[in-house]
Design a protein around this ligand. Structure first.
Ligand SMILES: CCCCCCCC/C=C\CCCCCCCCCCCC(=O)SCCNC(=O)CCNC(=O)[C@H](O)C(C)(C)COP(=O)(O)OP(=O)(O)OC[C@H]1O[C@@H](n2cnc3c(N)ncnc32)[C@H](O)[C@@H]1OP(=O)(O)O
Ligand SMILES: Cc1cc2nc3c(=O)[nH]c(=O)nc-3n(C[C@H](O)[C@H](O)[C@H](O)COP(=O)(O)OP(=O)(O)OC[C@H]3O[C@@H](n4cnc5c(N)ncnc54)[C@H](O)[C@@H]3O)c2cc1C
Length: 664
């Protein structure tokens, strides 16, 4: 029934004020206002219509993305939107495209690695979008191993230029978003060579296409790398390839904030860590963590609303059947994902703070917290994107058969989201960076240098290696210090075991290679501890709104205890909990599920997502699922005619068995 709220009963059950929770989710009243206003604006503007994109050809989809992106830019200019509003506009537009790489990586790379002069010149063009840029780092042969890149930038002192060259097929740039068809410029990462000496990978601003007719400049071969996973989905983006044939650029287009090449060809390395050349990746990894909560919340919102609408079994005497959300199995799969969405939100807020702090320190030449910022951004990017991808797929299964329909919104969400496990650093490679950081921290224990920040718990190694969990009854698992201690002792004991095993090898690098799998597990345990501890810090802080804190507490403990349950092997093998304590945790978890159940629909309403953004018949706000599924089905081009194309060619001859005889 149109206009009826089929989920009204669910909403009436809520024990907290949804509007207050909306503010907590958004981060502030101001952030909520911006998000709410921009999402409604996008939802009502026909240019941002997206329901038809799965049926578009690649070319149509690409052109449609250009149209939306340029229209979004026009709105930003005409309405004088702030950066915050512009970013929200891009998010709710919900279509990957060149804007992401231009604003998300090209501009930040120039800001982070360009001199004042270079920033003035290039940012004034880029900020007005008079040039469009991308981030060209990955090559056909190397993505993870940045030091293995092959593209060269050789200084020619005669002409005061760099010669950009792709010496092999594997050195062609491969993957950069926006490169294939749109970008006029790129920040290209290449090996700097002066006087025959290789100084490693550096960034260069390179013009790729004519600003008059968009044709590639002589010496440049460029194109799109082809279709990617899923219909619609990430195919709106022109990920590209690029080869240089002795292509020349002026010397002042090397990004020279971190190191320089003089007119004479002398290389001057500054005294800042060389890893700052990776700074743009660190900044995007931080952004990706906040975006993980958005994507997971979207899937969870769809699965929760649909689970409240969907009924199966349990009818007595022809009465009403059971809502599938009432099955404990459904709750055990769904509610930890709901809790994870909130957990990633809060750890994302904290990571933003950490990133801002390290940026300010770097500006004052204080590099002390750089390793921790790298480890946190890498590890949390890895952990949250893996959990979110798995979570979206789980939500699809939670919606049964209908979850597999395109109009559920879940297949496309998965297809767009899942490459986040790979881009901006493969998730395993990133956890290995965390593992290196942990091994270094462990090796310094007892040296007088106290571990700080997220590894401060390692400073209490003596206690954490010996302690036994004090949990005696199920409610003890609602005690923040008991939960934290279990996670800390598990993480520390796993790290120390790895360090001990490493020390058995004469060659540390060989040992590291042998123990890769254990090291990744230890890194994940450390990252999960960070998320749990930041959630606990959130619920221990001031939280306004009727009943809001209680709900967040429930979600926090669901998050922690479901992790304990999922990684029970780790907790038991490190003696961080006993089997009896683990079973008390399961008991507590079931009780928490019952407490969340009446609030579940309201907890996803707090995300404040429009039906346009959700793009899902199953997740509609009004829960009017079945008639809308029919409407969607009838829109399919196969239903344009009652008798399908091909009937006379194939079906009729088959039925009548009158096709021409086959010849061998
Ligand atoms: C007005 C607005 C309008 C519209 C707005 C629209 C806006 C959109 C806005 C935002 C959107 C943003 C979101 C964008 C969505 C993203 C789209 C997709 C983009 C995808 C882009 C990419 O994929 S780019 C390519 C990414 N590539 C990688 O990530 C490569 C991964 N590999 C590496 O990072 C490195 O190779 C490595 C870290 C794995 C190894 O490096 P290396 O070999 O050099 O190091 P070592 O292992 O030897 O370590 C040495 C030493 O260095 C330390 N270290 C390593 N990395 C760093 C670092 N980054 N920072 C600090 N330190 C580092 C390491 O720990 C070692 O330390 P030791 O102490 O010596 O042990
Ligand atoms: C949608 C999308 C958009 C992208 N956009 C951009 C962009 O705009 N600009 C850009 O420059 N790049 C971009 N990339 C490239 C991306 O950054 C790389 O694909 C990514 O860094 C992974 O590198 P790779 O492809 O070389 O993977 P590989 O490193 O080849 O990974 C293959 C396998 O090897 C394993 N592996 C690799 N090294 C190790 C190791 N040391 N130890 C253990 N296991 C290891 C990995 O875990 C993985 O299972 C994009 C990629 C995608 C999918």
């Amino acid at each position: 029934m149109e206009g009826v709220d089929h989920l009204a009963d669910e909403r009436n059950k809520a024990e907290f004020n949804v509007d207050d929770m909306k503010i907590i989710w958004a981060g502030s009243r101001h952030a909520f206002d911006v998000s709410n206003r921009i999402s409604r604006f996008v939802a009502t503007d026909p240019v941002f219509e997206k329901s038809n994109r799965a049926l578009m050809t690649r070319k149509e989809l690409f052109k449609n993305t250009l149209k939306k992106s340029v229209y979004a830019w026009k709105i930003i200019k005409e309405l004088r939107l702030s950066d915050e509003e512009g970013i929200k506009l891009r998010i709710f537009m919900d279509q990957p495209g060149f804007l992401d790489l231009h604003w998300g990586m090209f501009v930040p790379a120039i800001k982070g690695q360009g001199t004042e002069e270079q920033q003035q010149k290039w940012l004034s063009l880029a900020n007005k979008m008079q040039i469009i840029g991308c981030y060209a780092q990955t090559e056909l042969g190397h993505g993870s191993n940045v030091q293995g890149l092959e593209t060269t930038a050789t200084f020619d002192p005669k002409t005061d230029q760099f010669i950009m060259h792709s010496p092999t097929q594997t050195s062609s740039k491969w993957w950069p978003g926006g490169l294939g068809k749109v970008s006029t410029h790129a920040v290209v990462y290449a090996r700097l060579i002066t006087n025959g000496k290789d100084h490693g990978v550096h960034g260069f601003i390179v013009q790729l296409r004519s600003l008059d007719d968009h044709s590639p400049l002589p010496g440049i071969t460029i194109g799109d790398i082809g279709m990617k996973f899923g219909n619609g989905a990430y195919n709106s983006m022109d990920n590209g390839f690029l080869m240089f044939n002795q292509f020349r650029i002026p010397r002042d287009q090397m990004l020279m904030r971190l190191s320089k090449v003089t007119r004479e060809g002398k290389y001057i390395a500054s005294d800042v860590p060389r890893q700052l050349v990776y700074g743009t990746m660190v900044s995007v990894r931080q952004t990706i963590v906040s975006k993980a909560s958005d994507a997971l919340a979207r899937a969870v919102c769809i699965a929760t609303r649909y689970s409240a609408v969907r009924r199966q079994f349990g009818s007595e005497n022809g009465g009403i059947e059971t809502q599938v959300i009432d099955y404990k199995t459904q709750q055990n799969r769904l509610f930890p994902l709901l809790a994870s969405a909130y957990a990633f939100r809060f750890v994302g807020e904290w990571l933003k703070w950490l990133y801002t702090d390290v940026t300010q320190r770097l500006e004052a030449s204080d590099f002390v917290t750089l390793p921790e910022a790298h480890a946190c951004t890498a590890g949390l990017k890895s952990m949250t994107t893996s959990a979110t991808s798995d979570g979206i797929e789980e939500c699809r299964k939670l919606c049964g058969g209908h979850g597999y329909l395109w109009c559920s919104g879940l297949p496309e969400l998965f297809a767009v989201y899942v490459p986040a496990c790979t881009y901006e650093g493969d998730n395993v490679v990133l956890q290995l960076q965390v593992a290196r950081f942990l091994m270094k921290t462990v090796s310094q224990l007892g040296s007088g240098k106290a571990p700080a920040g997220t590894t401060a718990y390692m400073g209490r190694a003596q206690h954490l290696l010996q302690c036994r969990s004090g949990v005696q009854k199920a409610e003890d698992w609602l005690n923040p210090s008991m939960v934290l201690e279990a996670f800390e002792s598990r993480a520390l004991r796993m790290a120390i075991t790895c360090a001990k095993n490493l020390s058995k090898f004469e060659n540390q690098e060989q040992g590291f290679s042998e123990l890769l799998a254990d090291l990744v597990e230890a890194a994940i345990a450390h990252c999960q501890l960070i998320v749990v501890s930041k959630f606990i810090a959130k619920i221990e802080g001031e939280i306004e709104g009727k009943g809001v804190k209680k709900q967040l507490k429930n979600l926090c403990y669901i998050y922690a205890l479901h992790l304990l349950h999922k990684h029970l092997g780790d907790f038991l093998s490190t003696n961080s909990v006993t089997p009896e304590q683990a079973s008390l945790a399961s008991h507590q978890l079931r009780s928490l599920y019952s407490q969340v159940r009446p609030n579940a629909v309201a907890l996803v309403d707090a995300f404040d997502y429009t039906d346009h953004y959700l793009g899902s018949v199953l997740g509609r706000y009004d829960g009017n699922v079945y008639p809308k599924l029919f409407e969607e089905a009838l829109k399919d081009p196969l239903n344009d005619s009652v008798v399908p194309d091909g009937y006379h060619e194939y079906i009729r001859p088959l039925i009548k068995q009158n096709f021409p005889s086959a010849k061998l």
